[in-house]
Design a protein around this ligand. Structure first.
Ligand SMILES: [Zn+2]
Ligand SMILES: [Zn+2]
Length: 437
């Protein structure tokens, strides 16, 4: 898989606490280095007094300015991240400088006790994070609680989740804690003539009711002003397509909604037309899962975003930049495009455009790899082995290149989409203007 290993460093501190220190607060100072995304702390208390009473040493942490969390004697470990933290701890900025583990020496045996603290820093690192940008919960017409949605996503090994309930934001005020899944605030702006997702903002609108396109423009304007990224959902759906003008201000289009179906194929064709016309429109996907269902399941499809931080901002920036791959499930298969130092979503300068390396992971014999540019289908390669396939394609004089992988799933009628990447773009000759020295 293209997923990179996170960078981690671990330090161990030992502090012997004397009986005379009972009922006092103790600090174990440490330096927080730059570019940390998450801190993980665990501790252990060892008493050596045989069967005498064990030490009871409480746990907490402070940054340079304030106490950032306290769990007393209730937890052996905790996490603090930029957007997430163990209950009892405050997520937020991880400013460099002197921090300290806090202890309350509540009960110390006569012989004293030894506290061993392990502090792990997880650094920001460029990697693919995966998740689902379109799900529902009991906060609208879904049957899953927020906790159930988060637990399912965690069990699938996913990194992020947006619960986009219809025309409400109450779910965004009740995110579950104590999950490794990053919660991206979301609302599905649901009108009688089309649905769109507002992502990244707790409350993107005050009133969902619209009576014409000018109201839709206004809702989009306000959502955007509040910081939302906007995705037009299931635009070519048989039941609720986007019937408003497409000339609205949005960031991306959901070309893959739930299981691969004919309406997704229509959305894919429409997207290709936009790309051919020179528009750099980002394609995303979403399961639109509402309840247990044999076909519609969490993270099917799964959205992969290339980002340096597991934060709402990090994921949404990656989407904005078009660094997105959509796969049938969190298990892949996966496809990546690279031209020199440039990847999916990037624009390769004219002088450096040329050979694109197409890397495919977890493909199967019988899969079909298709490469598309503004000229249409450029290459179609039938896979005859299992595992990794690396291809190269000369993309000179193209404006973009993107990849699809098609697969025969089980007893399905014909081939279905297994992967679709966003394009890597190429600057045209003369497209870059030299600023005079
Ligand atoms: Zn919808
Ligand atoms: Zn929906």
């Amino acid at each position: 898989m293209t997923q990179q290993i996170e960078r981690r460093t671990t330090s161990v501190y030992k502090r012997y606490i004397e009986h005379s220190e009972q009922s006092s607060y103790i600090e174990i100072p440490f330096q927080l280095p730059p570019d940390v995304e998450e801190i993980h702390v665990s501790y252990q208390v060892d008493s050596h007094g045989g069967d005498t009473a064990k030490g009871v040493i409480d746990l907490g942490i402070r940054d340079a300015e304030r106490v950032r969390g306290w769990s007393g004697g209730a937890r052996q470990e905790f996490n603090i991240g930029l957007n997430t933290a163990t209950p009892g701890y405050l997520p937020g900025r991880l400013a460099t400088g002197e921090w300290a583990i806090l202890h309350n020496a509540y009960k110390v045996p006569a012989e004293g006790c030894l506290v061993t603290i392990e502090i792990e820093f997880i650094y920001k690192a460029w990697r693919w994070l995966k998740g689902d940008l379109h799900t529902h919960s009991v906060h609208s017409d879904g049957s899953y609680t927020l906790e159930e949605n988060a637990a399912i996503m965690e069990s699938l090994g996913c990194d992020f989740l947006a619960m986009t309930d219809h025309n409400t934001s109450s779910q965004n005020l009740a995110y579950p804690r104590g999950t490794s899944v990053l919660m991206i605030p979301g609302t599905e702006f649901t009108t009688n003539y089309g649905h769109s997702n507002f992502l990244g903002v707790t409350s993107p609108m005050d009133d969902f009711r619209v009576s014409g396109i000018s109201d839709v423009h206004e809702k989009f304007r306000v959502a955007r002003e509040r910081g939302a990224k906007i995705v037009l959902n299931h635009t070519h759906c048989d039941h609720c397509p986007w019937e408003w003008d497409f000339d609205v201000d949005y960031d991306g289009v959901e070309i893959w909604n739930g299981p691969w179906r004919e309406h997704n194929r229509r959305a894919l064709s429409w997207w290709q037309e936009q790309l051919v016309a020179g528009r750099r429109l980002v394609a995303v996907g979403g399961s639109d899962v509402h309840r247990p269902d044999s076909n519609v399941k969490h993270a099917m499809p799964c959205v992969w975003v290339w980002t340096d931080a597991k934060t709402v901002e990090g994921v949404l920036n990656g989407i904005k930049e078009g660094r997105v791959v959509i796969t049938n499930s969190p298990e892949g298969p996966f496809a990546n495009l690279q031209c020199g130092d440039y990847g999916i979503g990037d624009e390769v300068p004219y002088e450096q455009s040329g050979e694109v390396v197409v890397q495919l992971d977890d493909v199967m014999a019988g899969d079909l790899i298709c490469l598309y540019s503004e000229r249409g289908l450029e290459e179609e390669i039938a896979v005859d082995s299992e595992g990794e396939v690396i291809l190269s394609f000369d993309a000179k004089h193209r404006s973009f290149l993107r990849a699809e992988v098609w697969r025969q799933f089980g007893q399905a009628d014909g081939m279905s989409m297994a992967v679709v990447t966003n394009p890597i773009y190429f600057a045209s000759n003369g497209g870059t203007v030299k600023i005079s020295d």
